[in-house]
Write a protein that binds this ligand. Structure first.
Ligand code: SF4
Length: 190
C-alpha cells in the first residue's frame, strides 16, 4: 500500500489522538458506547457457530443472520483453536455471503467454443452426472492384472475446496469413494 504524506499525517494524528485519549483515561469512557454499538448489529439476529472455510486451521466463528441474510461474522472466543482470533481471510468470511462480485450463475464452455455461456443449474448438474457415469462405465476397473478385485476408478479425480465445511467434505469423500475414486484430495491440504 502506498502511503502519501497526507495519509501519514492523518494516521499520525489519529494515533496521537488515541494516545492522548488513552492517557486521559477517556478510552475507558468510550467502551460502553462501543460495546453497545457491537450489540446492536447482532441483537436481532440468530447466532450460529461454524468453522472458517478458508484453510485447514479450522478456526471457530460465530455467524449472525436475520432470515437468510448474514449480517455479521466474528471469531468465536470459546473455540479452543483460535479463541476468538481470526486471520485476514477469516475476517473476510462475511464477504462470502455479501459480495456483489460473487459469481452466482453456472457458466458453460462447450467443447471447441471460445466463449462461456450462462446455463441452467439443473442442466449443468445433469450434464456433469451424465459425463461421470459414461466415464465410469467405460473405465471402471474391477480386477487388477493379477486378478485381485479392486473396484476402482482411476480416470476421475475429485478435489474438495477450502470453502467446504467438515460435513460437506465428508459427503464429498463418501460420494467419491462410492464411485471407486482413488485420486481424492482436498485443496485445504495442498
Ligand atoms: S481464520 Fe485464517 S487461520 Fe483460521 S481457519 Fe480461517 S483462514 Fe485458516
Amino acid at each position: 500500500m502506498q502511503l502519501t504524506r497526507r495519509d501519514f499525517l492523518k494516521l499520525s494524528g489519529l494515533t496521537s489522538s488515541g494516545i492522548i485519549l488513552s492517557s486521559l483515561g477517556l478510552l475507558d469512557l468510550l467502551k460502553p458506547a462501543k460495546s453497545y454499538a457491537q450489540c446492536l448489529k447482532i441483537k436481532y439476529g440468530k447466532e450460529t457457530t461454524s468453522i472458517c472455510a478458508y484453510c485447514a486451521g479450522g478456526c471457530g466463528v460465530i455467524l449472525t443472520s436475520v432470515g437468510t441474510k448474514l449480517i455479521n461474522s466474528e471469531g468465536n472466543p470459546d473455540h479452543p483453536i483460535n479463541q476468538g482470533g481470526l486471520c485476514s481471510k477469516g475476517n473476510a468470511l462475511y464477504q462470502v455471503a455479501n459480495n456483489e462480485r460473487r459469481m452466482k450463475d453456472y457458466l458453460y464452455r462447450a467443447p471447441g467454443s471460445d466463449k462461456w455461456e450462462t446455463v441452467d443449474g439443473d442442466w449443468a448438474i445433469y450434464e456433469i452426472a451424465k459425463k461421470i457415469k459414461a466415464l465410469r462405465d467405460d473405465t471402471f476397473i474391477e480386477k487388477d492384472d493379477k486378478g485381485n478385485v479392486v473396484n476402482r476408478l482411476e480416470s476421475l479425480a475429485v478435489i474438495g475446496g477450502s470453502p467446504l465445511d467438515n460435513e460437506e467434505a465428508y459427503l464429498t469423500s463418501k460420494f467419491a469413494r462410492a464411485l471407486g475414486v482413488v485420486h481424492l484430495e482436498t485443496q485445504a491440504r495442498i
